[in-house]
Design a protein around this ligand. Structure first.
Ligand code: NAD
Length: 258
């Protein structure tokens, strides 16, 4: 079904664990060439890389802290140096960055959360644009940007996570602007918005909080990273979604925003 992903050059930010790593595995299984990224040194990813390469996939790791615009630029340059171009960018790097209520928020916290979730996607996309434009022009098909949004973008986030939720709403919204400005370049922009997925993201939650959250999900359980990954494949594949842009796919087991 996703056969046009074979040999496609896919850069996935924030893919050392969780949703990003599951997406990297799913793309690699389709025969895509995949760039993995995180802020940790390459040594920390040895095992995961070896496992991915066992399948015959062309996968490389690119260390970059995407809260820094200069590193967003370096990441795109390093990926293009390695793979000769870029067909699909997945902006997945992100996270809570801690919890602070409105009365505690200071500039440093605001900057940390916005840099991690908004600046990282904005600047990586900015530096990727010429390559995505070229990919679309060379192939005569669309190239794609897919960002990981969140259910929190619509429901405001949990306690202390207001800036995180707002940063994801920012991300959902700016995609619509990118559609207006860059559809002429044959680049598609879509968002995958997970609900509650069982990753390190929820490591700070005690069992009773997890149970309470699970009870708000129609399917009665947290999702798995592997259950989010296929939506990235769908939105990356021109054959599957060449006429889909500016959309948000909710992957949340029926968890409704209140
Ligand atoms: P995770 O903590 O397992 O993954 C976060 C990834 O981002 C890791 O690979 C980490 O290395 C990377 N990262 C963190 N800081 C970085 C930086 N400065 N530069 C580059 N990479 C960095 O958690 P996850 O749940 O897999 O989160 C992935 C994405 O999904 C995030 O954008 C998160 O906001 C979003 N999300 C998660 C959930 C959930 O319930 N787990 C729900 C909605 C949205």
């Amino acid at each position: 079904m996703f056969s046009d992903l074979r040999d496609k050059r896919i850069l996935i930010t924030g893919s050392t664990a969780g949703v990003g790593l599951a997406a990297a595995k799913a793309f690699a299984a389709q025969g895509a060439r995949v760039g993995i990224n995180g802020s940790r040194p390459a040594d920390a990813m040895k095992t995961e890389l070896a496992q991915l390469r066992e399948t015959g996939a062309q996968v490389d790791y690119f260390q970059a802290d995407l809260t820094q615009s200069a590193q967003c630029k370096q990441l795109v340059e390093a990926f293009v140096d390695r793979f000769g171009g870029l067909d699909v960018l997945v902006n997945n790097a992100g996270g809570l960055g801690g919890r602070q209520s409105l009365e505690q928020i200071d500039d440093a916290f605001y900057d940390r959360v916005m840099d991690l979730n908004a600046r990282s996607a904005l600047m990586t996309t900015r530096f990727a644009l010429p390559w995505l434009r070229k990919s679309a022009s060379d192939s005569g098909k669309t190239s794609a940007v897919i960002s990981t949004g969140s259910i929190a973008a619509r429901e405001g986030g949990g306690p202390g996570a207001g800036i995180y939720a707002a940063s994801k709403a920012w991300l959902h919204d700016i995609h619509r602007n990118w559609v207006k400005e860059h559809t002429r370049d044959n680049i598609r922009f879509n968002v995958v918005a997970p609900g509650t997925i069982d990753t390190a993201f929820h490591a700070d939650k005690p069992e009773e909080v997890r149970a309470r959250i699970a009870s708000t999900i129609a399917m009665g359980r947290f999702g798995r990273a592997e259950e989010v990954a296929p939506s990235f494949l769908f939105l990356a594949s021109h054959a599957c979604s060449g006429y889909i842009t500016g959309q948000i796919i909710d992957v949340n087991g029926g968890q409704m925003a209140p």
